[in-house]
Design a protein around this ligand. Sequence first.
Ligand code: PXP
Length: 252
Amino acid sequence: MIALHVNVDHVATVRQARRASEPDPVTAAALAEVAGANGITVHLREDRRHIQDRDVRVLRETVQTVLNLEMATTAEMLKFAIQIQPEVVTLVPEKREEVTTEGGLDVVGGRDDLRKAIGELRDKGMRVSLFIDPDIEQIQSSAKFGATDIELHTGPYAHAKANTEILSQAYQKLESAALEAHRLGLQVNAGHGLTYQNTQLICHLPHLRELNIGHSIISRSIIVGVGQAVREMRDLINHQELRLGSGGLGTS
Ligand code: PXP
């Protein structure tokens, strides 16, 4: 079975827009698990633009499936991950000015601190996944550096949309990368930019074990939830109007 890990970052994006307490990504994570998610993914960014430290701490207590913490390879994040002990840490490149993670991690040009970080996290019992472009050298370096998993960056595939030539090239790269990763004993995961339109084909990648999907699922949740949310508010107002009509809200 291909596991679905739901990324709840964008529930926190809506909350942080108001610095409010709702919507809570912890509640969304619990509902996602009840609906069949096999894991919950969060990216604790250095600028804390969406997920906060508190979210990860509470999720560690409440997630019943698998907690996957995406983070940059910094001393602060390593210390935090070791405290929290998620089942999986996914190391990603991070730039403050980017809207979302732009490219994969450069493992080939990787510094010694990347290798050390992987070793440290693995020694503490965590799986370590590297978010990389579907590039054979990146895969080989990931295996050499001691990662347990790789997450193939599906962004270029997703951006190809209906351009069949670019789409087929992007898919072929993912396919070759998945085969090489499996040959080297790495667990094959994939994610970024996956939607209700482009996930079907990705499910056919060889040896695929996990998908990480966020923005599209949270976007759809808002759209399919609007009707119910408005009905609930309309009912609440109707109820108060009825009370007013029967003199129930009088102040005398
Ligand atoms: N995988 C990684 C490593 C990511 O950084 C992200 C975005 O946070 C995702 C998957 C999910 O991407 P999307 O929100 O486009 O589904």
